[in-house]
Design a protein around this ligand. Sequence first.
Ligand code: 3PG
Length: 208
Amino acid sequence: MSLEIAPILHQAHPIIPVLTLQHVEDAVPLAEALQAGGIDVVEVTLRTDQALAVIKAMKQVKGMVVGAGTVVRASQFRDLEEVKADFAVSPGATPQLLETGRVSSMPFLPAAATVSEVLQGMEAGFDCFKFFPASVLGGAPALKAFHGPLPDITFCPTGGISLANCGDYLSLPNVACVGGSWIVPGDALQNKDWSRIEQLAREVATLG
Ligand code: 3PG
């Protein structure tokens, strides 16, 4: 059983790129560019046909910690264990996802958007949750309010977070890290502009 996502998130740079890749050949150069800029934990979303191959390829870059995002079905855990993903993230949670995540060898980060959802996750044994889509759910003020009744719970907000507002989240005691797609802009990826991505990673790596 593995609920231990917290050590990974605490060891990570507190800003984690959320990556959606269409082409597996971009995986290694992208991971190398991020790593050169100082970021070595990423979340690869399962939103493309290539996602599992991308995870497998990125794992070949030494020192890279590669998690999978957009886990929406318990059956996806088997595929992720096969490609040896380092952790799994869901934008939500169901009893089946929570139970599969609880017994998986991979650390699992389920999501919770309300206090009741946090309580359900706590009943399943979790104490760290994704908060998505953060900006729509009340942003940093919502998480600040959650800290009163839920002082032992940690969050990783994503959704609508940017360079401009990530500090609002990271200054909260119950935020372990933030995630975002802005760290790797679509046009930079399309143009295979690895040096720009390295530069952006370097800017992000100096924050937090
Ligand atoms: C996620 O899955 O966490 C989000 O797609 C990331 O949100 P963003 O694109 O607003 O950064």
